[in-house]
Design a protein around this ligand. Structure first.
Ligand code: NAD
Ligand code: IPM
Ligand code: MN
Length: 351
């Protein structure tokens, strides 16, 4: 029995998570894997109603009682400070020490990329985004706030341990999966301190993996090469903020945020799975959001829990649905969120 904490969150979160849970129920039926889902109502509604973001004791409960956490998205125009999202999402990433944000950039069908003449084989890499520090540390402040001389500072924290463990995770992944190259992206030409630590640590870790090519690239150039030559990438490792930005760009070259999946991992511990996209307020409540990002995220969770076969079946069903055009309008189809989820379920059951 695998116990899954489900936190649908805000906006399109509940709509896409419902479809991914439907797919997991089909997997349960087809492969005899037993799941027990417990839903949590953390998000903007609860925050606006009760002032609660991440309830007291939540992290302990998640770590003690669950095998995985499955999340939709947080973000609501009624909470312009984004406080609840910060407390809940960043609170779980940091509080559970989920230091690896693994975000695959994989083209599932030629038709989905806006790039010219690119096949599935040519866009297939993973981004290891550092997930607990960097610009997300919340440090900084104001001087002379509200005056014409106001200064806002925003700090970044890079620790040797934090930088080393994400770089090691990227190289270990490359070794395990037979990937030949790890590319580290930074902005060490201007970010003297953090950049220097990333550079030194990358060189030291790379020396332990002589069979894997270690390449460095400035993140601005990497953004260009994502578009001009994505086939050069196999495994990318970068900091929290650059990883956030690059993975939305990565989603853009494989069909958009509607198809992008992600995992927040601490190996051996309870880990958190969420699509890359946010709450997409313009789509919310209309039944048109693409559930594929959430469904492929569920496949990553299945793989993490050791059900590789079921994860493969979900991926296959998604690919087939895309190939025949049984998809939502962002991918050129006409299906609703629910119909797209049901189509994938039917394929899994027929498989
Ligand atoms: P977003 O990812 O929510 O959406 C940007 C655009 O991408 C949408 O308007 C839509 O055109 C498209 N899109 C996203 N998901 C889609 C889907 N499933 N199907 C089809 N199209 C989809 O980013 P945003 O608009 O910048 O942010 C909205 C809110 O979400 C903000 O409050 C932001 O902070 C939050 N956010 C949360 C998370 C998270 O919880 N993990 C991630 C990103 C953004
Ligand atoms: C993501 C989101 C979050 C991030 C926000 C909502 C805090 O953009 O998961 O990619 O910046 O990490
Ligand atoms: Mn993001």
């Amino acid at each position: 029995m695998k116990r899954i904490a489900v936190i649908p969150g805000d906006g399109i979160g509940p709509e896409v998570i419902a479809e991914a849970v439907r797919v997991l129920a089909c997997v349960q039926q087809k492969y005899g894997i037993a799941f027990q889902f417990e839903h949590f109502d953390w998000g903007a509604e609860r925050f606006l109603r009760e002032g609660v973001t991440l309830p007291d004791g939540a992290l302990q409960t998640l770590a003690r009682d669950f095998d995985a956490i499955f999340v939709g998205a947080f973000g609501d125009p009624r909470v312009p400070s984004n406080k609840h999202a910060e407390d809940i999402l960043l609170g779980m990433r940091r509080g559970l020490d989920l230091y690896i944000n693994l975000r695959p950039v994989r083209l599932l069908h030629e038709r989905l990329t806006p790039l010219k003449n690119r096949s599935e084989r040519e866009i297939d890499f993973v981004v290891f985004r550092e997930n607990t520090e960097g610009a997300y540390c919340g440090a900084g402040g104001f001087l002379k706030k509200g005056t014409a001389d106001e200064i806002a500072t925003q700090e970044e924290i890079n620790t040797r341990r934090g930088v080393e463990r994400i770089i090691v995770a990227a190289f270990e992944y490359a070794r395990r999966r037979g990937r030949k190259r790890v590319t580290m992206a930074d902005k060490s030409n201007v970010q003297r301190f953090g950049g220097d630590l990333w550079q030194r640590t990358f060189r030291e870790v790379a020396a332990r993996y002589p069979e894997i090519e270690a390449e460095h690239q400035y993140v601005d150039a990497m953004a260009m090469f994502f578009v001009l030559d994505p086939s050069r990438y196999e495994v990318i490792v970068t900091n929290n903020l650059f990883g956030d930005i690059l993975t939305d760009l990565g989603a853009g070259i494989v069909g958009g945020l509607g198809v992008a999946a992600s995992a927040n991992i601490h190996p051996g511990r309870v880990s958190l799975f969420e699509p890359v996209h946010g709450s997409a307020p313009p789509l919310a409540g209309r039944g048109i959001a693409n559930p594929i990002g959430a469904i492929l995220t569920a496949a990553m969770m299945l793989e993490y829990l050791g059900f590789d076969h079921a994860a493969g079946a979900v991926e296959r069903a998604v690919r087939e649905s895309i190939a025949v055009g049984e998809v939502t309008r962002d991918l050129g189809g006409t299906l609703s969120t629910r119909e797209a989820g049901e189509a994938i379920c039917q394929r899994i059951l027929r498989d």
